[in-house]
Ligand binder design. Structure first.
Ligand SMILES: Cc1cc2nc3c(=O)[nH]c(=O)nc-3n(C[C@H](O)[C@H](O)[C@H](O)COP(=O)(O)OP(=O)(O)OC[C@H]3O[C@@H](n4cnc5c(N)ncnc54)[C@H](O)[C@@H]3O)c2cc1C
Length: 468
């Protein structure tokens, strides 16, 4: 029996997986493989929190495949070399994968296609990780969109995404399985120290966990999404982002679940957020260096400050601004942070501290379980003002007013910054104004004064404009 290889990447699921269904339809034995590739130039290696997630996601995928009479082969090394060897070993006639969109991976996939075609191995790639391919959406003049609203309007004019594919019920196995690494040998989990307790307590990586989260969201949370999505103290959003980042669930499945309720203002709003993910991928596809370079080149001359111990204070949640510190501690503990708070902490880093957005992007990359090159770079550049359709630089979030507006009862701050728990609502977001401020050895004094920091940021921005 000849063999088809299915190369799993950012699609660690059996449902709605067109590469897998194609392999099954070929009538060949199917060899599913995942390659840990931290060597190929231009492909960003996963950060620490993502490695933790990846371990459990691979474990879960392997268990699901075993339920179908198959298994997941694990190999490590540069994907081109590893896959060429594997195809040779198995005598594979075909290899299938679902597309990814960052520049380094696309370059590598292009080289692989060429190599396999020269060897007479069929190669086919599929749309599974986006609703709309980047080349399916363009302005009337054929250029990529730079502004979200017309981009999403154009997407909505296209035929709706296809119905998700069912998971296979069985997968034909090869006569002999090629050897693979034991997952433990990859040492993806932290050991000394084991800092992942909060991650374990918060998440269930894997396709089943993703499906449960989606149905819980659609049943319990979606109806109130428009109101609750901006309140970090409540579970008002789907928290699907890490599942999406690893492809444990696909965007078509999310689309279908949100739409089964019929189009409503709530599902439209929710899908437009999924649309921001599409927009981010579109930007990354057309700007391969989005995570390294300012989308707007005039920002190249911006006088960022040298990162000093204020960067450390920001990372550790000790800036003296309760909402910023709560967000950074939520991130450190759970590997996730609420979107509203991501915007607040990113504004604080780039404007109050005047630190280059790339330092923040890197920290998020390492600590987020949903770290995603497209969404992260787009989010950071949006807040910094250097990105496509970005918030104007002069829009500086005031961490006190943002806290009072979006965490009016202080519940979010009290949860993540327990040393402030006894402060009344009136001063929970400005502890320095409390009748008895907390002692500095319990909660730090402000590392900058927001009004002065804002003036400094605006002056830097004005100078940039003058010199442009
Ligand atoms: C500075 C900054 C960095 C960010 N880094 C990441 C990142 O690394 N990975 C990541 O997935 N998201 C990132 N985001 C976007 C957003 O904060 C998260 O997607 C969202 O908080 C995830 O929570 P959720 O799944 O409950 O979202 P929901 O509100 O339930 O939205 C559903 C899905 O839509 C997508 N989505 C929602 N909002 C956005 C957005 N603003 N931009 C792009 N996609 C969005 C996500 O895939 C999300 O899972 C970042 C935002 C900012 C401001």
């Amino acid at each position: 029996m000849s063999v088809s290889i299915v190369w799993f990447r950012s699609d660690l699921r059996l449902s709605d997986n067109p590469a897998l269904i194609k392999a099954l339809g070929s009538g060949d034995a199917v060899v599913p493989v995942f390659v840990l590739d931290v060597e190929t130039e231009g492909v960003r290696a996963p950060g620490a929190a993502s490695r933790w997630w990846l371990h459990y996601s691979l474990q879960s995928l392997d268990a699901s495949l075993r339920g179908l009479g198959s298994r997941l082969v694990l190999r490590r090394g540069p994907a081109e070399k590893v896959l060429a060897e594997l195809a040779e070993e198995c005598g594979a006639k075909a290899i299938f994968w679902n597309r990814v969109y960052d520049q380094g991976s696309r370059d590598r996939d292009g080289r692989l296609k060429k190599l396999f075609s020269e060897r007479g191995v069929t190669v086919e790639s599929f749309k599974a990780n986006l609703l709309f391919e980047p080349w399916e959406v363009s302005t009337q003049s054929g250029a990529p969109f730079k502004v979200f609203t017309p981009f999403w309007r154009a997407c909505r004019m296209l035929p709706p995404p296809a119905t998700p594919l069912p998971a296979p019920r069985t997968l034909p196995a090869p006569e002999t399985w090629p050897a693979g690494d034991p997952l433990a040998a990859w040492r993806l989990l932290p050991t000394s120290p084991d800092w992942a307790g909060g991650l374990r307590a918060t998440w269930t990586p894997g396709e089943d966990g993703a499906k449960q989260r989606l149905s819980h969201f659609v049943d319990e949370t979606l109806a109130d999404y428009r109101r609750a999505r901006d309140l970090p103290a409540v579970e008002g959003t789907s928290r699907l982002s890490p599942h999406l980042a690893f492809g444990e669930i696909g965007p078509r499945q999310i689309w279908q679940a949100a739409m089964t309720r019929g189009a409503s203002a709530a599902s439209e709003k929710f899908l437009s957020e999924v649309g921001w993910r599409e927009f981010a991928y579109n930007l990354l596809f057309h700007n391969g260096d989005l995570a390294q370079r300012n989308f707007r080149p005039e920002f190249d001359a911006f006088p960022w400050a040298d990162p000093d111990d204020t960067l450390d204070a920001w990372q550790r949640g000790r800036t003296g601004y309760p909402i910023v510190d709560a967000g950074m501690r939520e991130l450190w503990t759970t590997g996730w942070m609420h979107n509203r708070v991501r915007m607040i902490v990113a504004s604080f880093l780039t404007k109050d501290l005047l630190i280059d957005w790339r330092a923040g992007e890197r920290w998020f990359w390492n600590t987020l379980v949903d770290a995603d090159l497209a969404n992260n770079a787009t989010g950071w550049q949006w807040v910094a003002g250097s990105g496509a359709d970005a918030a104007p630089y002069f829009r500086v979030f005031n961490p006190v007013l943002q806290g009072e507006k979006f965490d009016p009862d202080g519940d979010y701050v009290r949860h993540w910054v327990p040393e402030l728990a006894s402060l009344p609502n009136a001063t929970i977001h400005r502890p320095w104004a409390a009748p008895v401020p907390p002692p500095a050895n319990e909660y730090p004094e402000r590392i900058v004064e927001h009004g002065a920091a804002r003036d400094r940021a605006l002056a830097a921005f004005r100078n940039l404009k003058k010199s442009a």
